[in-house]
Design a protein around this ligand. Structure first.
Ligand code: ATP
Length: 263
């Protein structure tokens, strides 16, 4: 569905992304995971068409879109800061993009999204009257009414915590499944990537360190970077979670953390 072939990007002679190869199937949730500065946003910008690659190809449904303008790609992004309009109420934020393209979503479809994202009681509120989680749901609704071919999410959970985070995760999963919508998530948080995605792409210094299903990455990290950086962060969280659930060290078994995190 979406394919990147030997994509390379440099800025001022410095290689930011080096020979990126990636294939994403329709309806999949894929996370791009890596530390700050590794090239995640650059990769997202290349897929969106905000930035051009120095070399390599980007294909969508078999068509070469490497040189296709951003607005013609039909992908859509929810930015980290949500980029909502503070002077408009929630409903007008959600339907903003439909002003010039009213046929993209019917009234019923907009209504279904409002219901799905639990926004009905907030429709008349201004953006600054909303919590972080509510803003994130408005941003999701505003993007989804435009029926993107691919949904891109830039650090969708980083400003949220605890229960809100889990509920937004659940919404993202439901949307991807229900609409069969290919979803690409950029994150620096291993827990987020491993619990939310079908596949995780780990980037280190512009290269793919490992690409696989969450359980493959947890069970068989392919190199020291994945082992040290990604799994060590998880280990810290795991210990915190285990202690939270009072699981004695001797009773901790492989796979348990995933269940604890997902449930
Ligand atoms: N327009 C630009 N011009 C020059 N260098 C850039 C530009 N955009 C990004 N870079 C550099 O490319 C590298 C990767 O940046 P990028 O924003 O893709 O990283 P990231 O993984 O998304 O980081 P973070 O998690 O901190 O957002 C950084 O060293 C950054 O300074």
């Amino acid at each position: 569905m979406l394919k990147l072939e030997h994509v390379k990007k440099t800025y001022d002679g410095v290689t930011i992304l080096d020979d990126i190869n990636l294939e994403i199937e329709e309806g999949e949730i894929v996370s791009i995971l890596g530390p700050s500065g590794c090239g995640k946003t650059t990769l997202l910008n290349l897929i969106l068409g905000i930035t051009d690659a120095d070399s390599g190809k980007i294909l969508f449904d078999g068509k070469d879109i490497t040189n296709t303008a951003m607005e013609k790609r039909g992908f859509n992004i929810v930015f980290q800061d949500y980029a909502l309009f503070p002077n408009l109420n929630v409903l007008n934020n959600i339907t903003y993009g439909l002003r010039n393209k009213p046929n993209i979503s019917s009234k019923e479809e907009v209504d279904d999204l409002i219901e799905l994202l639990g926004l009905r009681e907030h429709l008349n509120k201004k953006i600054d009257q909303l919590s972080g989680g509510q803003k994130q749901r408005v941003a999701l609704a505003r993007t989804l009414v435009m029926k993107p071919k691919i949904l891109l999410l830039d650090e969708p959970l980083s400003a949220l915590d605890g229960v809100i985070k889990e509920s937004i995760k659940e919404k993202i999963r439901t949307i991807a499944r229900e609409f069969h919508l290919t979803t690409i998530i950029v994150t620096h948080d291993p827990e987020e990537a491993l619990t939310l995605s079908d596949h995780v792409m780990i980037i280190n210094k512009g290269n793919i360190s490992q690409y696989g299903k969450p359980e493959e990455i947890v069970k068989t990290p392919e190199n020291d970077f994945v082992q040290e950086f990604i799994l060590r962060q998880l280990e810290i969280k795991k210990n915190n979670i285990y202690s939270l659930f009072s699981v004695p060290r001797t009773e901790r078994v492989p796979g348990m953390m995933q269940e604890v995190l997902v449930s």
